[in-house]
Design a binder for this molecule. Structure first.
Ligand code: AMP
Length: 241
């Protein structure tokens, strides 16, 4: 009798435990990348802390090989702004993330939440807020551009201008294949050009009428001559501002 009631009560306990287990929340939801991201922190307090200085908030845009990296590093020195290259930041990130390394190696765009994370981290640094910046490689697709304008708009610190570099495709191929970076093969170049046409070119139509565009002549093969034109365009913009 005692044995039977002990058996019954242990059976009852088992049934309770089973019922509890079947009502527990499903453990199968895998957190997405966006779950791991912090909310976007403001780049600067509303208002423009740069009054009286010539600090600039710029983006440079152009196809692979158009000279974004070379030209923006020189702009950063001459105009005292921080050079922020999404490609450099993502290559750094890829050192500990094989998935991101794979996107870069194939010439595909890295998923938006990861790009936003690295850009947010860099843009929210005090040095960037104090001096202004030139974004190199970002925005690269519509959602980058929408997010960027939204954030800067909320802060009341809009982008001053986009420097657009236009170079014929044959010249781009010649420059890229002569560069020797790991992702500078013919196949990856073709893929990056396709991504540029499909994803980046629509960004120009979106930004048209919303930001100033500077279009210096950078078709000259000599990077110094190209830079003289870039600098002249920025000087003229600043003089008119
Ligand atoms: P870049 O140094 O600008 O030529 O970029 C090198 C690679 O980094 C690109 O081919 C993409 O795989 C990745 N990348 C750079 N910027 C972005 C971005 N804004 N969005 C997505 N992927 C990017």
């Amino acid at each position: 009798m005692i044995l039977t009631s002990a058996l019954l009560s242990s059976l009852w306990l088992c049934a309770q435990a089973h019922a509890a287990a079947s009502f527990s929340p499903s453990p199968h939801r895998v957190p997405s990348t966006i779950d791991r991201l912090e909310p976007f922190r403001p780049l600067a307090k509303p208002g423009d802390p740069r009054k009286g200085t010539k600090n600039l908030r710029l983006a440079i845009m152009g196809a692979p090989g158009s000279g974004k990296g070379t030209q923006s590093k020189r702009i950063a020195i001459d105009f005292g702004v921080k050079h922020i290259s999404s490609g450099d930041l993502l290559r750094e990130y890829a050192r500990t993330d094989a998935e991101v390394a794979g996107y870069i190696a194939r010439g595909e765009l890295v998923p938006f939440p990861i790009v936003m994370k690295v850009m947010k981290d860099r843009l929210s640094k005090p040095d960037v807020q104090a001096s202004g910046f030139i974004l190199d490689g970002f925005p690269r697709r519509l959602e980058d551009a929408i997010a960027l304008l939204e954030i800067l708009g909320e802060l009341g610190t809009p982008l001053d201008a986009v420097v657009r570099l236009e170079v014929p495709e044959e010249e781009l191929r010649r420059r890229v294949l002569g560069r020797g970076r790991e992702d500078d093969t013919e196949e990856v170049f073709r893929n990056r050009m396709r991504v540029y046409r499909e994803q980046t070119e629509p960004v120009f139509s979106y930004l048209q009428g919303k930001v100033n565009f500077l279009t210096p002549d950078v078709t000259v093969p000599d990077p110094d001559a190209a830079y003289r034109n870039v600098k002249a365009a920025l000087d003229a913009y600043l003089a008119a501002r």
